[in-house]
Design a binder for this molecule. Structure first.
Ligand SMILES: [Zn+2]
Length: 152
């Protein structure tokens, strides 16, 4: 075969395999993009979506109490009413027992907020409180008390 003719061929005799690392990277990129698309348009978990707009493989919260805040599941009166037919009102009687009320507004937990939360907690988001080690301890106490009350 002449030199000129060898360059005229449409097909190559040798296929250079793609590196595994590149394939893994592309698959991961595609999975995260699909996950983000689903996350953006999912009808459920909008509370959590408000906290975490972007999906991430690096984020992991394994704390039983904190996960009840993030998922709005568990011991909050509003959730207990939905699944167990209990009153959705907070024990204080001032508002619905939502996560926001229990964490930011319920008078029952003023002393916990004073002890553990920073002074400007009312302008901080849930994630700010969760990432603040001391405030996170207060959040755990609040959820723990709610859990005890919900089991009574
Ligand atoms: Zn309350």
């Amino acid at each position: 075969m002449s030199k000129e003719r060898a360059t005229e061929r449409d097909n190559s005799d040798h296929v250079v395999p793609m590196p595994k690392s590149w394939i893994k990277y592309k698959m991961r990129e595609s999975l995260i993009r699909d996950w983000q698309d689903r996350w953006n348009f999912l009808r459920n978990a909008r509370f959590l979506f408000g906290i975490f707009l972007e999906v991430s493989l690096r984020r992991c919260f394994g704390d039983f109490y904190i996960n009840q805040i993030l998922t709005t599941h568990g011991s909050f009166p509003i959730r207990q009413s939905r699944f167990f037919g209990k009153s959705s009102l907070c024990i204080c009687g001032l508002d619905e027992g939502t996560v926001s009320h229990c964490i930011y507004g319920c008078l029952r937990f003023c002393s916990i907020r004073e002890k553990f939360f920073p002074g400007n907690f009312s302008v901080l988001g849930f994630l700010d409180l969760i990432l603040n080690k001391r405030a996170c301890q207060g959040l755990r106490e609040i959820v723990s008390l709610l859990l005890c009350a919900s089991l009574a």
